[in-house]
Design a protein around this ligand. Structure first.
Ligand SMILES: Cc1cc2nc3c(=O)[nH]c(=O)nc-3n(C[C@H](O)[C@H](O)[C@H](O)COP(=O)(O)OP(=O)(O)OC[C@H]3O[C@@H](n4cnc5c(N)ncnc54)[C@H](O)[C@@H]3O)c2cc1C
Length: 436
């Protein structure tokens, strides 16, 4: 098989990259070890937001929102897009001060974000008693249904002439004279001129085999969806302890910021020092379990004929932490009685991949022409997916991007740069239950 660009991974980053390339008429093949959007990209809350972003990401998320706004028209499919805004509730004066501070960072970008008063919050979410000190609100933010969006865009890629192969893990990249010349998949070789690694939490393991590993760890986060409930708000509503967004099926997806578990794995020791600044701002529940030994057994180097860890885990589908899920539901009911008598209809969890500075990698690599990496979205890459596709398609075809990629270059982890972290969310201090 022969193409121009191979994209590794059919999550939002890979599929959006393929879509933008296919729209330019560039031959593209996406190789996915499991199913389209089987991992993070179907398990997330569905927020598509500029609000609260690390200021370095704001130019890219502005581009991303522009694309999401028109995507249903472009692909002629429903993905559950709704521009209902983001609403971050402030329980304390400290929360409000944090949001005011973020507004200061956002001001140069002329976003429509603003602070709502306590009365305006009650009007917005139908509460009573002025429970909230106020809120940060961005009306132009939106949401989509994660389970629908990426498969729909994958179909659009195929209508444009691109190919999406599932159950087709890429094992390694072939090179000739310092340039990409193809990939070897479990089903055979594909000759190509460029490879975009959009492998989510697997990206560092894959790139490490080529000599381009980088710090990337995983946090397991649990979410629930409810039975149908009254419409309280069309916004993505966040508060300490419980955050919710309206679903197309009439229920809500509910989660909690900062409630993830960090399964201790060998890479945690390897990268411990690199993640120290992030750990100071984002407290984490640690757990030692079988994942440590599973990852200890993973090879660091392999050849094109070896069966790889990618084929051995088709879809990473970790169990939800039901103690946390029940606690999130109880908190949501207590804080938002207007949601009514909601019950858990389903719970799941996903492995969020995190970089030391909590922003992504959109980059080529020094030493292998034609190899690019788009990963490390650190828990907020669904909304950024559309922008990622634009950025990577431009990088691959023209060598430039519509935004400054300096903060997102791969070499920041090895060129002696200090790790810059945008301040933590005040919501992360919420007390967590013991795991079940
Ligand atoms: C619980 C939860 C809530 C979240 N909430 C939000 C939110 O509200 N808003 C937001 O913007 N973001 C959110 N996120 C984050 C967002 O889901 C991710 O940042 C985003 O989906 C990452 O997309 P991706 O394409 O990089 O990775 P993934 O979706 O994980 O896709 C990577 C794909 O690559 C495949 N792959 C890996 N290696 C290989 C290989 N060698 N060969 C072939 N295929 C391979 C994998 O099987 C996988 O399908 C949340 C995440 C979680 C888990």
């Amino acid at each position: 098989m022969k193409t121009e660009v191979v994209v590794i991974g059919a999550g939002v980053a890979g599929i959006m990259t393929a879509w933008h390339l296919a729209k330019k008429g560039i031959p593209v093949v996406v190789c996915e070890k499991g199913r389209v959007a089987g991992e993070q990209s179907s398990r997330n809350w569905g927020y598509i937001r500029k609000q609260g972003r690390d200021p370095r990401e704001i130019p890219a998320i502005i581009e991303s929102l522009r694309i999401w706004e028109n995507i249903e028209k472009d692909i002629e499919e429903d993905i559950g897009w709704h521009q209902g805004g983001s609403l971050y509730l402030a329980e304390t004066e400290a929360d409000l001060a944090y949001y005011e501070n973020w507004l200061g960072h956002a001001r140069p970008f002329q976003l429509d974000s603003r602070i709502l008063t306590s009365e305006e919050v009650d009007d917005h979410i139908g509460g009573e008693g002025r429970q909230w000190k106020g809120a940060l609100y961005t009306p132009s933010d939106g949401r989509a249904e994660p389970g629908k969006a990426v498969p729909a865009i994958a179909r659009a890629v195929e209508r444009l002439g691109g190919t999406v192969l599932t159950e087709c893990a890429v094992r390694t990249v072939e090179r000739a004279s310092g340039k990409v010349s193809g990939v070897v998949t479990e089903k055979g070789e594909i000759a190509c001129q460029a490879v975009v690694c959009a492998g989510g939490a697997w990206s560092s393991l894959f790139s490490g085999n080529l000599g381009f590993g980088f710090p990337q760890l995983k946090v397991r986060s649990s979410v629930l969806r409810t039975t149908p409930a009254p419409l309280v708000s069309q916004s993505n509503v966040s508060s300490a302890g419980a955050s919710f967004r309206r679903r197309q099926d009439g229920g809500y997806s509910i989660g909690r910021s900062g409630s993830g578990f960090f399964d201790i794995v060998p890479d945690a020791f390897r990268y411990f020092g690199t993640y120290m600044p992030a750990l100071k701002t984002q407290p984490m529940r640690l757990r030692l379990n079988g994942q440590f030994f599973k990852e200890l057994a993973w090879p660091k180097r392999w050849g094109p004929d070896d069966v790889t860890p990618f084929e051995k885990t088709r879809v990473n589908d970790p169990d939800p932490d039901m103690a946390t899920v029940r606690d999130i539901l109880a908190t949501a009911k207590r804080k938002f009685p207007q949601l009514g008598d909601i019950e858990i209809a389903e719970a799941w969890s996903g492995m969020i991949d995190v970089t030391p500075d909590v922003v992504p990698v959109w980059s080529g690599v020094d030493g292998l022409d034609g190899y690019y990496i788009a990963t490390g979205f650190s828990g907020h890459g669904f909304g950024m997916g559309a922008g990622t596709g634009l950025i990577m398609s431009e990088l691959v075809t023209n060598g430039t991007a519509p935004v400054d990629l300096t903060p997102f270059r791969l070499s920041r982890f090895s060129d002696g740069s200090s790790t810059e972290i945008y301040a933590k969310s005040t919501y992360n201090d919420w007390p967590q239950p013991e795991a079940a």
